[in-house]
Design a protein around this ligand. Structure first.
Ligand SMILES: [Zn+2]
Length: 398
C-alpha cells in the first residue's frame, strides 16, 4: 500500500507548510505518516499519527496539501479530541457534527491567513455562523448531517475503522509529549509575533489561552471596579476635609463635616488611537458602566472621556457609540488621565480602556487607576496600575 503513496509530494507539502508557518514546524514534524485507503483525505488520531489517502495526494496540488497538513495538526494542537470528550454525551456521539464544527473553528483562521484548502471545506459562514468562534459555540448551529468530513479520532474523539488503535503501529506521541508540543508551539507563536509581527488572530488567542489561562475578564474587571468604588467611598466617608458649601459664610474658620456618605466619582478614559476592536471596547465599557450602576454610581458621577493623543483632544461622551475609533498608532493615555483628574468633579477612580501601547504616569496619581488592556498581547503597565486583560474573543474550555 505504501508504494502507491507519493511520499515525495506529501512531504514536500509538509515542508512548504512548515516554511510558510514556521511556528507550526515542530508540531508538523511530530506527525507520523500512515498511508491508508480507508481515509477519504487525511485524518489524525490522538497519537499524532496522520492517515493519508494515496489517491487524495495524487489528486491534490501541493499548495492545497500544505493547507491540509496545517488543518490536521490544528486539530491536535487545539486538543479537539480532549475537548470533544468534555461535550455532553449526546453531542459526543454525533461525531459528524462535532467534526464539522471543529473544521469551522480551524478553517476560518486558515483562510484568513491566506492558506489554500481543497474545495468542499467547512466554514462557519456556510452555516450562517460568525468567524472566530470555538467549535463548542458552533456546534448548536450545525444541523444533523448524515455525512461530513472525518478527520479522525484526533479531532472528534471517536475511533474510526481506518485507525490503527492504541497498541502497536508506528511511533506514537503520548499525552505528555503532546502537551509539551502544544506549549512549545504556543511559545513559538509568541516569539514569531515579537520578531516578525502578526500571526492570525486565532493562533494568537490560542497561544494566550494555553500559556495564561484567563480568569473571565468580566469578573476580573467588575471585581476591580467594584473594589475601587468601595475603597473610594470609604476614603471620603468620615471627612472633615470635604468642606460644606456653607463654610465661606462662617468666615472660613470652621469646616463642617459632610453629613452624607458620598458616592465616588469615576472617570473612564477610552483610548481611541489603538488597535482595539470596537466590539472589545464596547464590551469593556458596558461591563464598567454596568458594575458602576450596580453599586449605585451612575449618571453624572461617571465621566467617559475619549482620548486621542495625536490630536491632543479629550472629549466627554455619553456612550461608546459616540467614541470614534481613529485607528493607527501613537497614543498617550497620560493626557486622558490628566484631563480626567482636571474635571471639575474630580474622579476618585480612573478606569483606562486601552491597547496598552501608551506611556503611563511616572508615579501613582492621587486616585485609583485601573487599566483594562484590550487586544493582542498588550504590553504591561507599571506594577502600580491595577491591570485586567480583556479578551472578549472567548475562552478555551476546560
Ligand atoms: Zn478537520
Amino acid at each position: 500500500m505504501d508504494r502507491s503513496l507519493d511520499r515525495a509530494k506529501l512531504l514536500a507539502a509538509r515542508y512548504k507548510a512548515a516554511e510558510a508557518r514556521p511556528y507550526l514546524a515542530s508540531a508538523l514534524y511530530a506527525l507520523t505518516v500512515v498511508p491508508s485507503d480507508g481515509v477519504r483525505t487525511m485524518g489524525v488520531d490522538r497519537h499524532w499519527r496522520c492517515y493519508v489517502s494515496p489517491a487524495f495526494v495524487d489528486a491534490t496540488p501541493v499548495v492545497e496539501l500544505a493547507g491540509v497538513w496545517i488543518h490536521e495538526v490544528a486539530h491536535l494542537l487545539r486538543d479537539h479530541h480532549g475537548r470533544a470528550e468534555r461535550l455532553p454525551a449526546e453531542d459526543q456521539g454525533d461525531h459528524v457534527r462535532v467534526n464539522i464544527a471543529q473544521d469551522c473553528e480551524i478553517n476560518d483562521d486558515l483562510l484568513a491567513d491566506g492558506l489554500v484548502l481543497p474545495d468542499g471545506r467547512m466554514e462557519p459562514r456556510l452555516y450562517g455562523l460568525p468567524a472566530g468562534g470555538l467549535f463548542e459555540t458552533y456546534l448548536p448551529g450545525i444541523p444533523p448531517t448524515p455525512h461530513g468530513p472525518d478527520c479522525g479520532s484526533g479531532a472528534h474523539g471517536t475511533p474510526t475503522p481506518w485507525e490503527l488503535g492504541g497498541a502497536g503501529g508506528p511511533a506514537r506521541v503520548g499525552p505528555v509529549e503532546a502537551e509539551a508540543l502544544r506549549r512549545q508551539t504556543a511559545q513559538a507563536v509568541r516569539a514569531h509575533m515579537r520578531s516578525r509581527g502578526r500571526v492570525p488572530e486565532g493562533w494568537a488567542r490560542w497561544a494566550d489561552e494555553l500559556l495564561e489561562p484567563s480568569v473571565d475578564w468580566r469578573e476580573a474587571l467588575a471585581g476591580a471596579v467594584r473594589e475601587a468604588a468601595a475603597w473610594a467611598a470609604g476614603a471620603v466617608d468620615y471627612t472633615y476635609r470635604r468642606p460644606s458649601r456653607r463654610t465661606p459664610a462662617l468666615g472660613g474658620r470652621v469646616v463642617l463635616p459632610s453629613l452624607r456618605r458620598p458616592l465616588p466619582r469615576v472617570a473612564v478614559v477610552v483610548d481611541t488611537s489603538g488597535s482595539m476592536g470596537p466590539e472589545d471596547l464596547a464590551a469593556a465599557l458596558a461591563e464598567v458602566t454596568g458594575v458602576l450602576r450596580e453599586v449605585g454610581v451612575g449618571g453624572n458621577r461617571v465621566a467617559v472621556l475619549a482620548c486621542d493623543a495625536d490630536v491632543h483632544v479629550v472629549t466627554r461622551v455619553r456612550s461608546v457609540g459616540e467614541v470614534a475609533l481613529a485607528g493607527g498608532g501613537g497614543t498617550d493615555m497620560r493626557v486622558g488621565i490628566e484631563a480626567a483628574l482636571a474635571l471639575p468633579d474630580r474622579p476618585n477612580v480612573v478606569v483606562v480602556l486601552t491597547d496598552g501601547h501608551t506611556p503611563w504616569p511616572d508615579e501613582t496619581p492621587s486616585c485609583r487607576l485601573i487599566a483594562a488592556l484590550i487586544g493582542q498581547a498588550p504590553p504591561a503597565p507599571p506594577p502600580w496600575v491595577e491591570t485586567v486583560r480583556v479578551d472578549s474573543g472567548g475562552h478555551g474550555p476546560g
